[in-house]
Design a protein around this ligand. Structure first.
Ligand SMILES: Cc1cc2nc3c(=O)[nH]c(=O)nc-3n(C[C@H](O)[C@H](O)[C@H](O)COP(=O)(O)OP(=O)(O)OC[C@H]3O[C@@H](n4cnc5c(N)ncnc54)[C@H](O)[C@@H]3O)c2cc1C
Length: 248
């Protein structure tokens, strides 16, 4: 570590539901949709960490459905969320069918775990569901910070532009229909792991994250406290709880 300060800080926010309306929709790839929401309730929206999440809520036949999403961008009464259009979960179906004027509710974030950039380098790992966090980190980490990003998408056409002023090595891995995580871990294993004290954020399919964790802890000797990892979804399981422990 380059400075003798605590690298971690926790901030909490008032947890309130915010009514949001779709302002614009942009397909960044055929399977990755950016939706900008607007709403007066968003004027005091806060999110201090790239890996924060909100509960995105819709109501279907009187039942509230909620899933976790990363605030990709926000400000001036707007909130941008990037949706991986993966299959036919209820929120993904909603995102696929949304139009300008469609409405939803956003809860949170409840708080942020801030990781101060006192590390020599950051490693960002994940699939399409981690892309919003990776994009935010690449935009917000200090200029010239050494960053390795290893990202799994299905194929080359699913890659998106990731603007950054960091010194970033961005490695794309292609699933091409294989089990999630196989391409990711193999790309991670051959990537140039940065020198010095590293912090790693990782998110994606839960079993893939178990393999990523093994790799970074045991092959790369990353200290456990320098890993912020979340299982974002689990193959074959609807509404996976990301608080569930990732098994060893
Ligand atoms: C902290 C956090 C942040 C997240 N941020 C984002 C984000 O910014 N953007 C984003 O797109 N997702 C994000 N996710 C993941 C998202 O919450 C899940 O993918 C969620 O399951 C989608 O809900 P659904 O209603 O579409 O599907 P569900 O009803 O939950 O699942 C239906 C079926 O689809 C499968 N499935 C779910 N997600 C995927 C997927 N990505 N690929 C393939 N199959 C899938 C499930 O295994 C299940 O079989 C995040 C998750 C967490 C925990």
């Amino acid at each position: 570590m380059t400075e003798n300060t605590s690298p971690f800080e926790r901030v909490m926010y008032e947890l309130k539901p915010r009514a949001v309306t779709v302002k614009s929709i942009e397909d960044l790839t055929p399977r990755y949709r950016r939706i900008v929401f607007a709403g007066e309730d968003l004027r005091d929206f806060q999110s201090a960490s790239p890996v924060d999440h909100v509960k995105f809520q819709i109501d279907i036949n009187g039942e509230s459905i909620r899933r976790d999403y990363t605030p990709r961008a926000f400000g001036d009464g707007e909130l941008t969320i990037d949706f991986a259009l993966h299959g036919n979960g209820p929120i993904t179906t909603w995102a696929r069918e949304a139009d300008v004027g469609s409405t939803a509710t956003v809860l949170g974030p409840r708080g942020s775990k801030i990781v101060h950039p006192v590390f020599d380098a950051f490693v960002l790992v994940g699939d399409e569901t981690m892309l919003p966090a990776i994009g935010r980190a690449l935009e917000s980490l200090p200029q010239e910070m050494n960053v390795l990003a290893v990202i799994e998408v299905d194929k080359a056409g699913d890659e998106i532009a990731l603007p950054t002023s960091t010194n970033a090595d961005i490695v794309w891995a292609h699933r091409i229909g294989r089990v999630p995580g196989v391409a990711l871990v193999s790309a991670l294993a051959t990537a140039n792991w940065p020198e010095g004290d590293v912090f790693c954020w990782a998110g994606g399919e839960a079993s893939a994250m178990r393999d990523v964790r093994r790799h970074v802890l045991f092959e790369r000797d990353l200290p456990r406290e320098n890993l912020g990892m979340s299982g974002h979804w689990k193959h074959g399981e609807s509404n996976f709880d990301h608080h569930a422990p990732i098994e060893d």
